[in-house]
Design a protein around this ligand. Sequence first.
Ligand SMILES: [Zn+2]
Length: 287
Amino acid sequence: MKHFKLTAMALAIGLAFGGVVPSRAQTTGEAASPPAMKIYTLDCGLTEFKNAAVFSDTGEYDGKPLALPTPCYLIQHGRDWMLWDTGLGDQLAALPNGVEKFGGHFTVRRTLVSQLAQLGLKPDDIHYVGLSHIHFDHAGNLGLFPNATFIIPAIELAAARSKPTPFGVDTAQIAPLDQANIIPADGDYDVFGDGSVVTLKTPGHTPGHHSLMVKLPKAGVVLITGDLYHTRLNYQKGLVLRINDRPNTIASMDRFTRLQVNTHARVVIQHSPEDFAGMPIFPKFLD
Ligand SMILES: [Zn+2]
């Protein structure tokens, strides 16, 4: 009797809503095939150091210059869009000579908004914005996305908001997060629930630093480093930045390199000039 009552209630609810509510996949016919998956590499600035000593705590960069591309990655998942990191900030494009801060020189040649527009997208079309970490060269355009859902670990946000303000954090830049919708996942986070895009907990550069794993139909698994590594030399030799937590960085590198081996992943080092040049040139994409 009890079972019958529940069934009747479920039927009544179903009828009230006009029967079974079809999922979006059923209404759009997406169910039969997996969602279209692509990675677009956007130019979100250039970071230059006259003396890059900070990039290794064992002296490899002492007195040497270093120029680092500062990309954002736009990920298409069917009809959904996710941005991974937001670059230096479009407002810098108005300053042809760029700015000097944190010991480096920073310029933006092309705005993020103009690159999205090239694909017919507006900032409001971006559903998710994930940040590898809250340093100013990754969090420059947060204010462009008031309606997005941000994926930012609670531990990362707390560290960035702590006093005194940590190195590399621009407090004005992260103010839009006060009003933002945030998924505060400290661990790995499966963004679309199907394993195709997963943030990977890789602390050390900052307390809540994450890398990103994307599974593409043709290219296979792609591991995007965030700032776990900055250059190919750092990756090959396991060099640790002077500002990092060394034990956590080494542990994160161990996890990352094992994952690379086990998934046969292509590694994309975000700030590496070779890796930036090796990605399809926007608006071409990796799929
Ligand atoms: Zn960083």
